[in-house]
Design a protein around this ligand. Structure first.
Ligand code: LLP
Length: 445
């Protein structure tokens, strides 16, 4: 089946390895490394799977922009029928820069600032996901002042354990996200009928890289109890946004199944009249991306082997931050069958021992100059890249059929320095007298 062949870059590599490998290698010759490459065929195939799997729920899908915010990726995902979940004015500005419709946009996050709320109201986005009483008041005041109506969903914290890494657990009571049910109920009573606010429903997001359906069911059950209680008080509840978080098989195991989720949720939601929303990020985009990097040195330290590459924690921080285990393969021509594989670490150039992409991993035979590919890098890769150690952030390329386009150029040293001010402008500071030799100092000034 066409879709199955394109379900991840890994499956394409496994299927048509030589062809795809040659193509990726050619990209590194054209654009250099480290390089993020995304495959539109994979994005389309995964979008279709998700839409088909969740079809029984008639849910709206909002792509979570934080997973991959490249303008061209957002444009493609919009073409596939998705709205968006944003968490900052910057993410909203990206949608605006790409001239994408904003009616199907929800704005989550615990720290929305005044200017961000203004921007969202001015843009007339679909819905705010409200995370606290203070935020609700700020949104209401700002909307009233601007003569707008803010549509809102209250984010609940259902106190459910999604069984994932603690840094990406958001549905437990001790995390900063959402509100406990009694706070949310009080807020609903307070703001129902407010002239500048329309509370349309509830939102929750229990965590990310969730592998099981059960935590979603537990969270939905609790939330339906909340909704029934609000309806009994006479409030209108029309939307239920269950967030994102669908996990993928980073080791090649099965992805979280949207079909299983739909089958388990359908009986619960029948006759509730709720418009469901999901906000997947990783599931859609992670397997559509790979990170290409070049081996610089093979370093032996006692019994330990380090493959030093030109990408690192500044390019892809998931292994360092969450212990993420991404498969790494070599694009170099396959060595003779009897060449032993090596066990070692793949590390970057950054001066920290947390700078690794893989640890104690059985790796294909590698020589300096070989191109390696880190798989499932399409989500939380480039968006989390940094300039630490004054490293330049990589370029991004999008493949579509047999064509490709550069969708973000590699940073330059000029970009690196663009926003900084060196105190050489002749203004006295840090206890120094103005430098007499300052080049831009007016003569005699
Ligand atoms: N909706 C909300 C409100 C979220 O906070 C998130 C993710 C999502 C949707 C999308 O979750 P996804 O479907 O992508 O799992 N940097 C971490 C992941 C952080 C996720 C934060 N929130 C990682 O690399 O694993």
């Amino acid at each position: 089946m066409e879709t199955d062949r394109h379900v991840s870059c890994a499956t394409i590599l496994a299927d048509s390895r030589r062809h795809y490998r040659a193509r990726l290698t050619a990209l590194t010759a054209e654009f250099g490394t480290p390089l993020y490459v995304y495959d539109a065929a994979v994005i389309r195939a995964r979008a279709a799977r998700l839409q088909k799997g969740l079809a029984p729920l008639k849910a709206k899908l909002h792509f979570s922009v934080k997973a991959n915010s490249n303008l061209s990726i957002l444009r493609l995902i919009r073409q596939l029928g998705f709205g968006f979940d944003v968490v900052s004015g910057g993410e909203l500005a990206r949608l605006q820069a790409a001239n994408l419709p904003l009616a199907d946009v929800s704005f989550a996050g615990v720290g929305k600032t005044g200017p961000e709320i203004r921007r969202a109201l001015a843009a007339n986005i679909g819905c705010f996901t409200v995370e606290s009483a203070g935020e609700m008041a700020r949104i209401a005041d700002t909307a009233a002042e601007m003569g707008r109506i803010a549509r809102a969903a209250l984010r609940l914290n259902p106190n459910v354990d999604p069984h994932t890494h603690k840094f990406i657990t958001t549905g437990r009571a001790e995390t900063k996200f959402g509100m406990d049910f009694s706070t949310a109920a009080a807020l609903w009573r307070q703001f129902d009928g407010h002239p500048a606010v329309r509370i349309a429903g509830v939102h929750l997001h229990i965590g990310s890289q969730v592998r099981q359906v059960a935590p979603y069911i537990e969270a939905a059950q609790k939330t339906l109890g909340f909704i029934t209680a609000r309806r009994a008080e006479g409030f209108t509840v029309s939307t239920l946004d269950l967030g994102g978080g669908f996990g993928i098989g980073y080791q090649g195991e099965a992805d979280f199944s949207p079909n299983d989720l739909a089958a388990a949720l359908s009986p619960l939601l029948q006759n509730t009249g709720l418009q469901l929303v999901f906000e997947p990020g990783r599931w859609l985009i992670a397997p559509a991306g790979i990170l290409l990097m070049t081996a610089q040195y093979i370093k032996q330290a006692g019994r330990k082997t380090f493959v030093v590459v030109d990408a690192g924690m500044q390019t892809m921080i998931r292994p360092a931050l969450y212990g993420g285990r991404h498969r790494i393969i070599s694009l170099a021509a396959a060595p003779p069958a009897d060449t032993p594989s090596i066990t070692g670490d793949v590390v970057g150039p950054v001066c920290e021992s947390s700078d690794f992409l893989a640890q104690n991993r059985e790796l294909p035979p590698v020589s300096a100059g070989d191109v390696l590919a880190l798989l499932d890098a399409g989500a939380y890769g480039m968006v989390m890249a940094s300039n630490y150690n004054s490293q330049l952030r990589p370029a991004e390329v999008l493949l579509d059929g047999n064509r490709h386009r550069l969708i973000r150029r590699r940073e330059t040293m000029t970009d690196l320095l663009a926003t900084e001010q060196d105190l050489s402008d002749g203004v006295s500071f840090l206890g120094e007298e103005p430098a007499t030799s300052a080049p831009d100092r007016p003569p005699g000034g």
